[in-house]
Design a protein around this ligand. Structure first.
Ligand SMILES: Nc1nc2c(ncn2[C@@H]2O[C@H](COP(=O)(O)OP(=O)(O)OP(=O)(O)O)[C@@H](O)[C@H]2O)c(=O)[nH]1
Ligand SMILES: [Mg+2]
Length: 403
């Protein structure tokens, strides 16, 4: 019933707003990310529109004047899709579609679309479909009204209303069915996890595209799909890893993103069980990304939502090979020196210094500092391991002794 929107090679425009809470710089960052999402979904961004507003217009999100600018551009440049950075209400979506006469998407649509494209296993597909249904349900009325308009409207009202109710019931039934299916798979997966016994479980978590799968591959010599697009990984992969005789389980799972649709967090909760049940989290951060601090906050927020924010965690700052401070000339007295101008050494003296041993700096791609990484993970895993298997303590000497 629910078909993935096909946005392959589509020409798109992005639309965002600048408010008091979301200043120009923030807005630009969000649109950068939205552009990356668009690219991941198979679209190409031709232009961005932004507008300064107190708050979004409840009818058309942006002002009608701005909307007219967008309409003209879309018409002149033959644009296929208009993508909004924030979630649109059913009414906004309807009014904007009517005005622009092209496909209108919001960030949630886009993320759901990418997830739909990427879902490989039936489990992932079921979860995505559930999220799509939940997103669709409150919007059904809007969609039908839209059709009604196309059909001219007159005389359509009665049957139209009935149709909405029927559609709603179908979607609700579908939601119930999908939830049931997920529950069944969950039970099977819980059994599988149970069979793994007392092995120490370590989970890679982090924002999308930070290099979790790349790290998984170098550590476990496995072959997990890694790509410079968002959400390369949707399903959780678990591998047995051995560092100096010490075995443990390492899992790689879906990356997080800010403004992750609540429907998705909800339906992916079971995928995230691996994180919830982990003994140790490796929070991977792409330190070469200008917004990495905000990414950390988003990840911590989602970890909180799945009750996993108080687990032992090692912060792993990845992509140190790609880290570049914004240059600031000595004689430049105009530009204020901000975090963007910090060198890596300066960063290490900030709050990162406070987490001490629990901050690691690596490049998974260039295999830099991987020895430090292994050593740190080894000692942490060993500590947990020996509480479960006290009798084989002697098997695991200090990391260095064996080198
Ligand atoms: N420069 C640099 N690039 C890296 C490094 N580690 C990973 N990458 C690149 O970053 C991109 C994303 O890597 P993935 O391993 O797919 O990232 P992920 O965190 O698994 O992403 P999702 O599964 O999409 O959430 C790929 O193009 C990698 O080659 C690194 O240490 N340095
Ligand atoms: Mg991945």
């Amino acid at each position: 019933m629910i078909e993935k929107k096909d946005v392959a090679l589509e020409k798109a425009v992005l639309i965002g707003i600048i408010t008091r809470e979301q200043d120009e710089e923030k807005s630009k960052e969000y649109l950068d990310e939205l552009e990356f999402l668009t690219y991941t979904a198979g679209g190409e961004v031709e232009k961005r529109f932004t507008q300064k507003m107190e708050k979004p217009d409840p009818r058309t999100f942006i002002g009608t004047g701005k909307l007219e600018d967008v309409r003209q551009y879309i018409k002149e440049q033959d644009i296929d899709t208009a993508i909004f950075d924030d979630e649109l209400s059913a009414a906004q979506e309807r009014n904007i579609s009517k005005a622009l006469d092209v496909k209108v998407l919001d960030r949630t649509n886009l993320i759901l679309d990418i997830f739909a494209q990427r879902a490989q296993t039936s489990y992932a597909r079921t979860q995505v479909e559930l999220a799509q249904c939940e997103y669709l349900l409150p919007r059904l009325r809007g969609m039908w009204t839209h059709l009604e308009r196309q059909k001219g409207g007159i005389g359509m009202r009665g049957p139209g209303e009935t149709e909405i109710e029927t559609d709603r019931r179908i979607v609700r039934d579908k939601i119930a069915l999908l939830k049931e299916r997920i529950k069944t798979i969950d039970k099977q997966m819980a059994v599988q996890r149970g069979n793994r016994g007392k092995m120490v479980r370590v989970a890679l978590v982090g924002y999308t595209n930070v290099g979790k799968s790349t790290l998984m591959n170098v550590i476990s010599k496995s072959d997990v799909f890694a790509e410079n697009k968002l959400f390369a990984t949707l399903d959780t992969t678990v591998r047995k890893v051995v560092i100096q005789n010490l075995p443990f389980l390492l899992s790689d799972t879906v990356g997080f993103i800010r403004k992750l649709p609540t429907q998705l967090v909800e339906s992916f909760k079971s995928t995230l069980d691996e994180v919830r049940e982990a003994d140790l989290l490796l929070h991977i951060v792409d330190i070469s990304h200008p917004n990495f601090e905000e990414h950390i906050d988003s990840v911590n927020k989602i970890l909180g939502e799945i009750d996993s924010n108080d687990k032992p965690t090692i912060m792993v700052f990845n992509k140190i090979d790609a880290y570049k401070a914004e240059p600031l000339a000595d004689d430049d007295l105009e530009t204020e020196r901000t975090k963007r101008h910090y060198t890596l050494a300066e960063w290490k003296k900030t709050w990162m210094n406070k987490i001490g041993d629990n901050a690691l700096f690596i490049s998974a791609l260039n295999k830099q500092n991987l020895e430090d990484f292994k050593k740190r993970v080894y000692s942490e895993v060993r500590e947990i391991h020996v509480t479960r298997f006290p009798y084989n303590h002697f098997l695991y000497p200090d990391y260095e002794e064996d080198n």
